[in-house]
Write a protein that binds this ligand. Structure first.
Ligand SMILES: Nc1ncnc2c1ncn2[C@@H]1O[C@H](COP(=O)(O)OP(=O)(O)OP(=O)(O)O)[C@@H](O)[C@H]1O
Ligand SMILES: [Mg+2]
Length: 1026
């Protein structure tokens, strides 16, 4: 109330709040405290029990100790596992709702998702406390809350349905529990990045095989036997040779309670059938599986009698032919004889009746045990996730709890050893993580005294001195080892150990409570007296070698698989049961150590399996050995409560005007301001790096109560804020809707326009077409050809712009040409006119024409200064227009000679130095021949009337095209120039003819051919190379 006085100075208001607070306090009293960490008297077992009891009677079976969940078996159906409940707990802050197994499951899942690491949930408690139920609830929660697809649902169904199958084969009714798990189970659920459950894997631990052949009074064999006999279809039973009567089978009736009202074997049978089909058991698997179950029942009914020599023989063999397709003779021999190998010989030594029964039972146990392992593997195959991407896992460990019966044997020894190991792990993990938290937050660690059970673990498992080693030694040593020699050996070796006592070692008082064959261990969870009888046998778990050989003859595929011929024979002894168990526990510890731990501690409220009964003594004992008080002490070491600053501030900020409604600084500063306002005293809290630690629960309660009171007002404000927010959001949403409606209209119109774009212009497409036009024109503007030569790279128009595009193209080309023409000089124009003429004469006709195109024409190739002065004097009056060097070929003999060819206004002259060798008047020029190939030959044909006159001229000129174009212009003789193919005839002199032959070849050559022709070979020009 001191905080409240600070908070609310007005006395009236304060009184009212106090009244309210009392009301809420009694309310809390009635249902106890949800988290034991907030229990003031946290060291008092009675206070702990009171809280548990109060809640139990209100059907509040779950309570936290921090993040550990304590669960009390209600022994009745509670309405707290509905889909609605699951939804409520999905994604909600752990401490905001009442404790629930779903809250834990959800918290584990979300931590895994956000931290991307592996976790396990250890569910512990004694037989009947509700471990298996708890693990099923967790699995169901994941099945509903994880993302779902068709594929994932498939995995989900298999994960869920693996349970009924494993329970049918591995659970049985015991005195403690009608559905007691008789094997330990660790199951990994694998999740992908999105949190989908994509696979699973199961490890099983130490099935209680002895139950197959023997059940204590009031207990049953494994469920599956009864399910088959009660629920199996007529045909199936007939095929298996079974009768629908459990009383008929000696393996089913030893406990005297084949029928139990709480178990419906028939409907369970149907469930198992359905489950088997979902997890991919095919018909032959199922046939073989039930063949084995039936065979075990038949095996149990085989009886032996002693013959005259006292040896065992079968008293009937009608059961024989039902047994796994093994020849009766082989089986009979196997059950009544033992094979001994003496040197190279095999000798069969007959059994006594007791021995035969022992061998039969060993065989039944081996068959069932191995089939169970096969079953687990088969389920694992169906749960396996094949894709190899990284997964995170949540492991569920539902393993037998600490077990104390009136008579405890080897099985209890193993089970309780397992619990010691788990307690060790628990101590390491909790203390370690707690210490880490303090260190991380920079708060001084105050050590808590706790009992470390390592001393007991060592007593059991230490090499050479531990009970396991002694047991194995005794099993393996030659000579007459018995259970009692084992006891003696233990007394010798570990007699002084504070946690070990026997009849011989005990003091007077204790001795009264011990039989001679007993030894007692002081487990962390309490004393357990073990009867040593049977330890050696059970640890050896011997199956005579011929037992295995007999099995190998079976036609049953599962049996064949379970008794492979590659298995090493008994020459090398197999590991003992306890050693195998020890190594499987080492493996389990490794698996768990690499993951983040979470705990569910199950408590059994009474031995009578009745709802509403809370047996104080029984619960107190469990609270003790489950280490709950220790856990609480550790959690409370110094501080009862801790919470991240932001979460604490978020919740309690309404309690301080400075932090309400919004705090601008860091969360830590906000919390500091808040608790200053609330008046926390310095020794009541500590500020860590990211969390506030509060020492006493009452401090927190006062804060929480004040908050509850304020919450009313706060709620009103929040409602008002919500209303305003609603209106505002409404306005925004309406605006948004208008905008969207407008967008929809525009998009619709666009689409309609697109669809009707090829139809004549109409209302629907007018806007679309306008858009298309504009778009085309814009693009066209950016992509116009840059020069006349690119005139064909015209942007392809859309159909409606075809015509416009053509017109535009025409206009634009004309425009470009105009611009080009305007830009050229008169000289260049004259050049181009000449070039055009050359083109009209040779384009497409003569091979090497294209090469000439790019070579500009010049006025002349020989300057006036290079023409002999005498020649100049002779012809100057005719105006020299053009001169070029040529090679002239003699008309006779075709010798090449260098000459000058000069064109004047009147005639063409062939000149050698100062001599004019020939004058050809243009009038007498009949024609000019050139070949179509790539040579540079020209033949001038001259009219020849006079015998003295020289004949036609055969010339070669490097500037052939230039020279001929000039000639054609000067002499105005375009049509005289002929492009010919193959051969040119020419006049040597009137009446005498010569020939020039043209052809293409590898290299150019000119020579006189044998036929007297001039052969001109020119290189072939491939089209396109120029
Ligand atoms: N949350 C629950 N709600 C209702 N009944 C429950 C709940 N938990 C357990 N029970 C009842 O208690 C019985 C025993 O529970 P369960 O089989 O889970 O015990 P266990 O701890 O697995 O025991 P064991 O170690 O023998 O396997 C169940 O068959 C069921 O009837
Ligand atoms: Mg169980």
């Amino acid at each position: 109330s001191c905080y409240l006085a600070l908070l609310f100075p007005c006395p009236d208001r304060c009184n009212q709040i106090l009244r309210n607070m009392e009301a809420s306090l009694t309310a809390r009293d009635r249902v106890g405290i949800q988290d034991f960490v907030l229990l003031d008297a946290y060291t008092s077992e009675s206070a702990f029990l009171d809280n548990l009891r109060k809640r139990f009677h209100e059907n509040l079976i779950y309570t936290y100790i921090g993040t550990l969940l304590v669960s009390v078996n209600p022994y009745k159906e509670l309405d707290i596992y509905s889909k609605k409940q699951m939804d409520t707990y999905m994604g909600v802050n752990f401490f905001e709702l009442p404790p629930h197994i779903y809250a834990l499951a959800d918290n584990v899942f979300r931590t895994m998702q956000s931290e991307f690491n592996n976790h396990f949930i250890l569910i512990s408690g004694e037989s009947g406390a509700g471990k298996t139920e708890a693990s099923k609830k967790i699995l169901q929660f994941y099945a509903v809350s994880c993302p779902s697809t068709k594929l994932l649902n498939n995995v989900r169904d298999r994960l869920l349905l693996s349970n009924p199958v494993l329970e049918a084969f591995g659970n049985a009714k015991t005195l403690k529990n009608d559905n007691s798990s008789r094997f330990g189970k660790y199951m990994d659920i694998q999740f992908d990045h999105q949190g989908g459950a994509v696979g699973g894997h199961i490890l099983s631990y130490l099935l209680e095989k002895s139950r197959v052949v023997h059940q204590n009074h009031g207990e049953r064999n494994f469920h599956i036997f009864y399910q088959l006999v009660e629920g199996g279809e007529e045909d199936l039973l007939r095929w298996l040779g079974l009768e629908r009567n459990c009383q008929h089978y000696s393996y089913l009736v030893q406990g005297g309670c084949a029928k139990v009202s709480s178990i419906n074997d028939k409907s369970d049978w149907r469930m198992v059938q359905k489950a088997l089909s979902v997890i991919e058991f095919n018909e032959s698997d199922i046939e073989h599986l039930f063949g084995i179950i039936a065979s075990v029942l038949h095996l149990g009914n085989i009886k032996f009698v002693a013959d005259v020599r006292g040896y065992a023989s079968l008293n009937n063999n009608q059961e024989m032919h039902w047994l796994l397709g093994i020849p009766a003779q082989v089986l009979q021999q196997g059950l009544t004889h033992r094979k001994i190998e003496a040197k190279a010989e095999e000798v069969f030594s007959p059994f006594s009746v007791d021995h035969a029964v022992y061998a039969r039972d060993a065989l039944a146990k081996a068959i069932y045990g191995r089939t169970f392992n096969w079953l687990v593997n088969k389920i694992n195959e169906s749960l396996a996730n094949k894709d190899s991407s990284r997964k995170t896992v949540i492991g569920l460990l539902d393993i037998y709890g600490f077990e104390v019966f009136n008579v405890n044997s080897f099985e209890q020894f193993c089970i309780n050893y397992c619990n010691e190991k788990l307690q060790q792990l628990f101590i390491q993990l909790t203390l370690k993580s707690e210490q880490e938290e303090y260190e991380m937050e920079g708060i001084e660690w105050e050590p808590v005294p706790y009992f470390n059970n390592k001393i007991i673990c060592d007593l059991v498992e230490e090499k050479h001195r531990g009970i396991i080693s002694l047991l194995d030694e005794e099993c393996l040593r030659p000579g007459e080892a018995t259970d009692l020699t084992l006891l003696e050996k233990m007394e010798e070796t570990i007699g002084g150990h504070p946690h070990f006592v026997t009849h011989k070692l005990a003091d007077q008082k204790t001795r009264k409570t011990l039989e001679r064959g007993d030894f007692r261990l002081l487990h962390y969870a309490g004393e357990v007296t073990y009867c040593v009888v049977g330890f050696l046998d059970k640890n050896n778990d011997l199956l005579y070698r011929n037992g295995k050989e007999v099995m190998r003859q079976s036609k049953n595929a599962i049996i064949k698989h379970c008794f492979p011929s590659t298995e090493p024979d008994s020459k090398r002894r197999p590991e003992t049961v306890v050693t195998q168990f020890k190594s499987s526990l080492v493996g389990l510890t490794e698996i768990l150590m690499s993951k983040e731990p979470w705990y569910v501690r199950c408590i059994k409220p009474n031995e009578a399996k009745q709802p509403g009964r809370f047996d104080d003594v029984l619960v107190r004992h469990q609270v003790k050995y489950l280490g709950l008080m220790e856990h609480l002490r550790v959690r409370r070491a110094g501080f009862a409560y801790r919470r991240k600053y932001d979460i604490f501030l978020q919740r309690y900020k309404p309690l301080c005007p400075d932090t309400w409604p919004n705090w601008k600084g860091t969360a830590a500063e906000g919390v500091r301001c808040l608790i200053k306002h609330l008046g926390y005293k310095p020794d009541e809290y500590k500020m860590g790096r990211s969390k506030i630690f509060i020492r006493h629960p009452r401090t927190l309660f006062a804060t929480e109560d004040a908050f509850q009171v304020l919450k009313g007002d706060y709620q009103k404000q929040r409602d008002a804020a919500t209303k305003i927010e609603n209106c505002w959001r409404g306005i925004m949403a309406r605006k948004e809707r208008e905008k969207r409606a407008w967008a929809v209209k525009v998009i619709k119109k666009f689409i309609k326009g697109f669809i009707t774009r090829n139809q004549p212009a109409c209302n629907d497409n007018s806007e679309y077409l306008a858009y298309v036009r504009q778009n085309y024109l814009t693009r066209l503007r950016e992509n116009l050809p840059k020069t006349v030569l690119e005139k064909d790279s015209w942007l392809t128009p859309p159909p409606i712009m075809k015509e416009a595009s053509q017109l535009l193209k025409k206009l634009y080309i004309r425009h470009m040409v105009g611009k080009y023409v305007q830009g050229i000089t008169p000289q260049r124009k004259a050049q181009l006119v000449l070039k055009a003429q050359t083109s009209s004469m040779f384009k497409g006709k003569k091979e090497n024409y294209p090469f000439s195109v790019c070579r500009p024409f010049v006025d002349t190739r020989i300057g006036a200064e290079d023409i002999n002065i005498k020649v100049l004097q002779m012809i100057q009056h005719e105006h020299i227009k053009y001169s070029v060097p040529v090679v002239k070929y003699d008309r006779n003999g075709f010798r090449p000679r260098l000459r000058q060819l000069i064109f004047t206004q009147e005639a063409a002259y062939l000149v050698e130095e100062a001599k004019i060798k020939q004058r050809i008047d243009y009038i007498s020029l009949k024609g000019v021949s050139v070949s179509n190939l790539s040579d540079n030959f020209l033949i001038l044909h001259v009219t020849c009337d006079d015998i003295k006159q020289k004949g036609d001229l055969v010339l070669q000129c490097d500037y052939l095209f230039e020279a001929l174009t000039k000639l054609s212009v000067i002499a105005n003789k375009q049509n005289y120039i002929k492009v010919v193919q193959g051969s040119v005839r020419f006049d040597i002199q009137p009446g005498r003819e010569g020939f020039v032959d043209f052809k293409s070849g590898q290299e150019s050559m000119v020579y006189r051919a044998k036929n007297g022709h001039l052969m001109v070979v020119s290189v072939k020009i491939i089209k396109g190379s120029c």
